[in-house]
Design a protein around this ligand. Structure first.
Ligand code: BES
Ligand code: ZN
Length: 456
């Protein structure tokens, strides 16, 4: 192991330079104007793999390309499927960034750029760890297949058909994803549950054009007012979702799991300070960790209608709309919720307003088993890389591929997050700790060894 450690130490700067070069590519998947950069990011990864002597393919899909790479075969060793995503969320609001989102900048031990933590920085740890093995030992102790997509942030639509069509090629013993968080600084974690998501866009139309609110107001139904009422009615004063049958399939919280969460020692006051809010709120009867990890939730993600400019304009808008989403927990089904929601909204819609409800992406909630030798191997690798054993947590975000791997490949995923809650993923000034980048590479390098040591 000595040689490997020395290699990792000597290459810290080079790894950081590679990270910055990947972070300079504006591979925003939701915005058609970034098609060139999306492809550029896929090619950048392909050339990293090729330089390491791996077999690599940039596979075209209906949407963004998928990068597939394979390490040289190691007979009788386990096969690991590493997943990551090279696409990122839009960077706006741009003026809130201290340095530009695609000009990576290092400050106080963190690299600031869109995608730093989600997911370019985390994903790169599993490539650099393989590089270290290949260039010191000349071979890896396991077989690694890399599957890196460019549509995670928009729901991974092209991925399911791809995984289904390449089932044999992707066959593996276990999957590994680093696209989650540690429990806190210096408290690495293995995540065993993620929430799912059902995302919608609602458009309401009233009169055929904007009206004078004095001449017509009070006599014509205002779509912006109706929108506000509809959205306000989605949850009640206890924070419970009112869509019929929403909770039917939700499993009650196990008392042991509640106790385990409580024992993690979550610092609510620090969390509140970190977010700059004067109070927290959510579903009655649950703690903050329970609300974030194991209870479903509802959020408005965007809202428009009427006059948004400076000063006042007395207008009764013709149209109003919103984007909103539900985070889902095990056994809830995005498709079932979409159908219930649409019927419920239609029923509450007053005459004079028409609505259009569009379902965007969905993702199934997942819980993976902690009782596997792979989890134990990952825990040992994390302890060696981070100097402290991981805690076991669930998280509130969604990664659509995890349920696909279970259904289509029959394997569980090790969710080994190197990020932090305050990395500002999806927000301005996204960052990733360089110390965690290097610890992640080290943990990943040891993971290959720990997995190889498992009895078949
Ligand atoms: N890396 C996140 C998911 C995540 C973040 C999980 C933190 C756990 C902790 C991922 O890239 C993401 O943001 N996914 C989207 C998925 C959606 C668009 C289908 C999400 O959760 O909003
Ligand atoms: Zn991500």
């Amino acid at each position: 192991m000595h040689q490997l450690d020395a290699y990792l130490d000597e290459h810290r700067k080079a790894f950081e330079q590679d990270l910055c070069s990947l972070l300079s590519i504006a591979s925003v998947s939701t915005d058609g104007r970034h098609q060139t950069e999306v492809r550029q990011a896929a090619q950048w990864l392909a050339s990293q793999f090729a330089a390491l002597g791996m077999q690599v393919e940039v596979a075209e899909t209906q949407g963004n390309p998928i990068v597939l790479a394979e390490t040289p075969p190691v007979p009788a060793a386990p096969t690991v499927l590493v997943y990551g995503h090279y696409d990122v969320q839009p960077a706006d609001p741009l003026d809130a960034w201290v340095t530009p989102p695609f000009a990576p900048s290092v400050r106080e031990g963190n690299v600031y750029a869109r995608g730093a933590t989600d997911d370019k920085g985390q994903l790169l740890t599993h490539i650099k760890s393989a590089q270290a093995w290949l260039q010191t030992a000349g071979r890896l102790p396991v077989n690694i297949k890399y599957l890196i997509e460019g549509e995670e942030e928009i729901g991974s639509a092209s991925l399911a058909p791809f995984v289904a069509a390449h089932r044999h090629r992707l066959a593996c013993d276990v999957a590994v994803i680093s696209d989650t968080c540690q429990f806190g600084p210096g408290r690495p974690a293995i995540t065993y549950g993620l929430r799912g998501i059902a995302y919608f866009e609602l458009r309401l139309t009233g009169p055929q054009h904007d009206l004078h609110s004095g001449v017509f107001g009070g006599a014509v139904v205002n779509p912006a007012t109706v929108l506000a009422k509809l959205l306000a009615g989605v949850t009640n004063e206890k924070g419970q979702v009112q869509v019929p049958h929403f909770y039917d399939d939700v499993e009650p919280l196990a008392p042991e799991e509640r106790e385990r969460f409580a024992a993690l020692g979550f610092d609510e006051a620090a969390f509140q300070r970190q977010l700059g809010v004067s109070a927290l709120g959510g579903e009655e009867g649950y703690t903050t960790l329970e609300r974030r990890w194991v209870r479903p939730s509802f959020d408005v993600n965007g809202l428009w209608g009427g006059y948004q400019g400076e000063g006042a304009k007395t207008v009764l808008p013709a149209r109003a709309g919103a984007k909103f989403s539900f985070r889902l927990v095990p056994r809830q089904d995005p498709a079932k919720i979409a159908a219930e929601l649409e019927a419920w909204l239609r029923q509450r819609l007053p005459p004079g307003i028409s609505m259009e409800l569009q379902a965007h992406h969905g993702s199934q909630p997942v819980v993976v088993s902690l009782h596997s030798p792979y989890v134990q191997a990952a825990a040992r690798a994390i302890e060696r890389g981070f100097g402290t054993p991981p805690v076991f947590i669930r998280e509130g975000g969604s990664i659509p591929v995890v349920s696909m791997f279970r259904e289509l490949l029959g394997v569980d995923t090790l969710l080994l997050g190197w990020g932090l809650d305050d990395d500002h993923a999806h927000g301005p000034n996204e960052k990733f700790s360089l110390a965690d980048f290097h610890r992640g590479i080290k943990a990943s390098a040891y993971l290959w060894e720990e997995l190889a040591a498992l009895k078949p």
